[in-house]
Each structure stands twice: as C-alpha cells, then as structure tokens.
Write a protein that binds this ligand. Structure first.
Ligand SMILES: Nc1ncnc2c1ncn2[C@@H]1O[C@H](COP(=O)(O)OP(=O)(O)OP(=O)(O)O)[C@@H](O)[C@H]1O
Ligand SMILES: [Mg+2]
Length: 273
C-alpha cells in the first residue's frame, strides 16, 4: 500500500507543470509535490504515476518516493489564486504526493550526460510504459546530488484510456527518436537483458496493489478495482516480453530552435572580449 499522509499546508503552485501541481507540507513533516485528483488530467494520471513510478523504483531507477496525501480543501483557504482555489476545492480526499527534491535542477543535455547503460534503461522503461513525455522538449527528469531522477509519468500507458483496445494498442512500436536520452547512445540490448526478466507477474501484482482502490473504482467493464489491477498486469507483462524489438531510434523530428540573433551577437561579443 502507498504510505498515506495528511496535508497541513499548501505552500505554492509549481507554475511550470501543465496540471498545476503544488508544493504541500504534510503531517509527517515531509514536503511533497502534490498532483490533484480534481485536475483536468483526471485520476487515471494519478494511477499512471503510481504504477509507473513504483515499477521504475522496483527496476532500480530513481523516482522520488510516492505517497497518498489526504487533502481537506480548507488547507488552501489562504491561497489567493482562483484557479488554485478551484483545484483544491475539487480535490478533497486522496491525492498523489511525490517527495520534493529541494535544489534539484531540470535535466539539460548540455550540462548533464548519461552513460549508455543508464540511457538504455530509461529508454527501455519508457518504451515499456509507452511514455511520450520524456522528450528533449520536456525531459521530465531532474538532476539531484549528481544523480538522474525520473518524474511525471501521468501521461503514460495511454492504453488505459480505452481498455477494450488495450492489448492491440500496447503492441505498437515505441518511437524514441525524440527521447531526451536518445543522443546518449542508449544500450537497449543490455537494458532489455537486464530489465525484461524482472518484469514478472508477481512484481507487477505488487506494484498495482499500491494503487488506492478509490482511483480504480467504477471503471466501466470491470468488476471492481482488483479486476482493473489484473488488466494493468496483463498488458505490462505482454509488453515487457516484446517491446525491446519495437523501439525505434531514428532522426530527431525537429531540431532545437535557433537562438535569437541578438543573443548570438551578445554571446560572440562576450567571447571576443
Ligand atoms: N519531486 C520533485 N522535486 C522537485 N521539483 C519537482 C518534483 N516534481 C516536479 N517538480 C518540478 O515541477 C515541475 C512540474 O512537475 P511535473 O512535470 O510532474 O508536472 P506536470 O503538470 O505533469 O507537468 P507537464 O505535464 O507540464 O510536464 C517539474 O518540471 C519540476 O520542475
Ligand atoms: Mg512535467
């Protein structure tokens, strides 16, 4: 089960996140990045965070600790922003928290490399969960104390938005051409050899057991949360067995935008001085 804490203070919104995550303090004295059950992305993005985040941890990848956070919306009464107020009002009950990594920096390929083994592990893992949200435009990785940490798995496992077609959708190839770690020669063969055998039915069952029942209840076509859990296990297990052969690493589709002319002139002038 996911550890559960209670929010005691809403500190500030994290403006860079599309789902308007916020920083909160909780009764265990921890500080968390909180993803709200009332956000537009819906509770399935919280399920994806738990399934993929816990799976990554079990495979030896770094993901900050995940907790369930009970929220009483009165905690945010002092928050002046109306958008945040509305989000808090819509999110009473259980939300998702990720341990806040103070002083972490967003991954920048110009300043932080990754060796081929680590790059291979991350790309293979993202192929497994169908993560389209780790591109060089939006890497969703943090560097903290010199290590690479994975965050933001809410948009993964797109197939869980349409269970009747999930098995065929999950058999699709994974295009890693725009992946933030594609330039670091990911060793996919080594990653598959190491990680695929670890993704067993038992491991997946333990991982999906961490998803709170309230986020799995009333899923159309399923007879309760445990039946939904079994569906996640089946699709991920099938995918683990075959996805390695379907990872595409081609040319980047777009190049980074060029710096503006004034910046180029300024940088060159500075270098000449
Ligand atoms: N555990 C953490 N510790 C420190 N900073 C974090 C943590 N998690 C997220 N952040 C910061 O908050 C930002 C938004 O988080 P995240 O990407 O999870 O939100 P999101 O709403 O799903 O974002 P988007 O959909 O825009 O990628 C991150 O880019 C990062 O700067
Ligand atoms: Mg993000």
């Amino acid at each position: 089960m996911l550890p559960e804490v209670t929010a005691t203070r809403y500190v500030t919104p994290l403006r860079e996140g599309g789902s308007l995550p916020g920083i909160v303090e909780a009764d265990d004295l921890g500080t968390y990045v909180m993803k709200f059950t009332g956000a537009g992305q819906g509770r399935k993005s919280l399920v994806a965070e738990v399934v993929c985040g816990r799976l990554a941890q079990r495979l030896g990848l770094r993901v900050p600790e995940l907790v369930g956070i009970h929220l009483d919306p009165v905690v945010g009464l002092g928050e002046p922003d109306e958008e945040v107020q509305a989000l808090l009002r819509a999110s009473g009950g259980l939300n998702l928290g990720m341990d806040y990594l103070p002083g972490s920096l967003g991954f920048d390929p110009a300043g932080f490399g990754a060796d081929p083994v680590l790059a291979g592990r991350v790309v293979w893992f993202d192929a497994l969960i169908g993560n389209v949200d780790r591109s060089w435009r939006n890497p969703n990785m943090l560097v903290w104390h010199g290590d690479l940490w994975l965050i933001d798995h809410g948009a993964s496992m797109i197939w869980h938005h349409n269970w009747p077609t999930a098995h065929s959708a999950s058999a699709k190839p994974y295009d890693a051409s725009d992946h933030a770690l594609a330039p670091f020669s990911p060793d996919l063969a080594a990653a598959e050899q190491e990680l695929a055998p670890k993704v067993t039915g038992d491991l997946l069952a333990e991982v999906v057991a961490d998803v709170p029942d309230v986020w799995l209840a009333d899923e159309p076509g399923f007879d309760g949360p445990d039946a939904v859990r079994r569906a996640y296990v089946e699709v991920l297990q099938e995918r683990a067995a075959s996805v390695g052969g379907r990872i595409v690493l081609g040319e980047r589709r777009e190049s980074r935008s060029r710096p503006p002319e004034w910046l180029r002139v300024w940088v060159e002038g500075k270098a000449a001085r």
